[in-house]
Design a protein around this ligand. Structure first.
Ligand code: TXA
Ligand code: MG
Length: 341
């Protein structure tokens, strides 16, 4: 049995972490599945519990910058400025690792991703346990990241001893993974901190091309996580792009229905107002892509429960908060795109 505990049970959670057990905990982005980052056996259990490929490195979560030098080397002025501006918050900074970081945390890479989460429960768990927490998103590998304790329970019931319930995650989208270990800073995974915001401190920052495109056969993934199937609902999903997409979504829906399928649409509020009586999930206003992002993972899980047999999603502009949103949506759709232009 997995206990869903209130933050008051922090002491017990910290005791579990120190004893080498796994605890799921809330962050501002998504729920994490945490283990003592200095304990290789505990970290191995994370991979087992998630069914995660062993070549995909984990992020180390710390309570403040004072814990950083134990894990990462070459923390220069630019890295410190980033930490100063964006921590606590949804930015993971990748730098060369120290010898103190077990191989299994970084999947054998010589770099380590570190962040300070902006959630009081996550920070309290790190402090109370006195450990950096290695933590991926607390979903089964391949599933959408969990943004509520209930979503964690759906994937992890009976597999881990405890989930700390801190309510729904505010950002709802994972952290931006920024590689600072090479001469040009590069965003490996777009996320809660936009590229535009990073540019204020890093004018030369670039975005890995895999942000919006599938990897070609044999192409090396800068971030190993980009290689694997991700965020997948259990029914087929396509993303519909182009100016005339709302009309296209209506006809795709009607065609699917005529074929005896049970379709459903994923849309912004404005488009959702144009499709009744068709079934849809509205994600928030087109003018508030942060809100749309924060609801995406919950909506992908709702698709699984909807009883629908095929889904079509509207596409969004891939800039600002929209870049991370489109990165996740395209991956959830396995890059199945229908262009109406
Ligand atoms: O917001 C988040 O980042 C959440 C919360 C729990 O902090 N965590 C999360 O972890 O999304 P995960 O494991 O689901 O995704 C981590 C991503 C993966 O794509 C992984 O490949 C990449 O970060 N990553 C981690 N360490 C890396 C490294 N040293 N070099 C390159 N990529 C790295
Ligand atoms: Mg994940």
């Amino acid at each position: 049995m997995t206990a869903v505990a209130k933050p008051g049970d922090l002491r017990e959670a910290a005791r579990l972490i120190r004893g080498g057990e796994l605890v799921a905990f809330p962050t501002e982005t998504v729920y994490g599945l945490g283990a003592d980052a200095s304990n290789p056996d505990a970290v191995r259990d994370i991979f087992r519990a998630k069914g995660r490929p062993s070549d995909n490195p984990l992020i180390a979560h710390i309570a403040d910058v004072s814990m950083w030098p134990a894990l990462a080397r070459d923390i220069d002025d630019r890295a410190l400025s980033l930490a100063d501006r964006f921590w606590p918050g949804p930015l993971t900074i990748v730098l060369p690792r120290t010898d103190a970081v077990p191989d299994i945390v970084t999947a054998g890479l010589d770099t380590v991703g570190v962040r300070v989460p902006a959630h009081p429960v996550a920070l309290a768990l790190i402090r109370e346990s006195g450990r950096a927490l290695a933590a991926p998103s607390a979903n089964r590998s391949g599933k959408p990241s969990p943004t509520t304790a209930k979503a964690v329970l759906d994937d992890m019931d009976g597999v881990i001893p405890m989930i700390l319930d801190g309510g729904p995650c505010r950002v709802g989208m994972e952290s931006t993974v920024l590689d600072m270990s090479q001469s040009t800073p590069i965003v490996l995974r777009p996320g809660g901190v936009t590229v535009e915001a990073l540019r204020a401190i890093l004018p030369d920052v670039i975005v890995d091309p895999s942000a919006l495109a599938p990897l070609a056969d044999g192409q090396r993934a800068a971030s190993p996580g980009m290689r694997h199937r991700h965020y997948s609902p259990s029914i087929p999903l396509s993303v519909v792009t182009g100016l005339d997409r709302v009309n296209a979504l209506r006809s795709l829906y009607d065609d699917a229905l005529a074929k005896g399928l049970s379709p459903i649409l994923l849309l912004c509020d404005e488009s959702a107002a144009k499709v009744p009586p068709r079934r849809c999930i509205a994600l928030g206003s087109y003018n508030d892509l942060e809100r749309v992002s924060s609801r995406l993972f919950g909506a992908l899980r709702d698709l699984d429960r909807s009883g629908a047999s095929i889904a079509y999603a509207e596409s969004f502009p891939a800039e600002g908060a929209g870049l991370a949103l489109m990165n996740r949506l395209l991956r959830a759709a396995g890059f199945s795109v229908i262009n109406t232009d």
